[in-house]
Design a protein around this ligand. Structure first.
Ligand SMILES: O=C(CO)[C@H](O)[C@H](O)COP(=O)(O)O
Length: 222
């Protein structure tokens, strides 16, 4: 069974005619976008914005109407994946590099639904390296500031060079180990000059749908 697809398709059931939708990024959000495309072809009337260039391109291919951000003030529902989810519905995101746009979109959404397979459910966040988006200017200085709180900070690489986000920034993957106070760490990281944002999403998810290999769904609501 494809658990990512199952969780994503369950979430898409919440979308109704007339809604403005935020489209997430990654291999789980991919299935949500596919299902939304199918429903649009069947007559669903929605408008959407995307959290990455890749998701926008996919949505356009599938015939999902993409509108400029400035044309709408608020999204009804955003469906996105996560790298880790904890029992308090806090998340680590950004494995796909789209954390900044994902956080902006989630923050401007009335109902933020996270979809995941069971491998993403953890008791404590932090096994997954926390992505931190850093502006290129003086980025080694910013990295040194990150190293003051984190023992293992690595620039994300792609094809042998530094990975560049859709916003033209770098990603520093920060391995903290157990993150016991996600809200404090999120605020501390975002107070470092040069850090644009980080992949901790604290108190943002309204619903998390986790598909399990026994066929059940673990549905967590705020
Ligand atoms: O935050 C993300 C992209 O920036 C993704 O939602 C996250 O990495 C999960 O990806 P996937 O669904 O492929 O496991």
């Amino acid at each position: 069974m494809n658990l990512k697809k199952a969780a994503a398709e369950k979430a898409v059931e919440a979308i109704k005619d007339g809604m403005c939708i935020g489209l997430g990024t990654g291999s789980t959000a991919y299935w949500a976008i596919q299902k939304i495309g199918e429903r649009v072809r069947d007559g669903l009337k929605i408008e959407a914005v995307a959290t990455s260039v890749a998701s926008e391109e996919l949505a356009v291919q599938l015939g999902i109407p993409i509108v400029p951000f400035d044309n709408i003030t608020r999204l009804d529902i955003t469906i996105d994946g996560a790298d880790e989810v904890n029992p308090e519905l806090h998340l680590i995101k950004g494995g796909g590099g789209a954390l900044l746009r994902e956080k902006i979109v989630a923050a401007n959404t009335d109902y933020f639904i996270v979809v995941a397979d069971e491998s993403k459910a953890v008791d404590t966040l932090g096994s997954f390296a926390l992505p931190v988006e850093v502006v290129p200017f003086a980025s080694e200085w910013t990295k040194r500031r990150l190293e003051a709180s984190c023992p293992d900070v690595q620039w994300r690489q792609k094809d042998g060079v530094k990975y560049i986000t859709d916003n033209g920034n770098y990603i520093a993957d920060c391995r903290y180990g157990e993150i016991n106070d996600p809200a404090a760490l999120e605020a501390m990281l975002n107070s470092i000059p040069g850090v644009v944002d980080n992949g901790l999403f604290v108190g943002m998810a309204d619903k998390i749908i986790i598909a399990k290999s026994d066929g059940e769904m673990d549905i967590r609501v705020k």
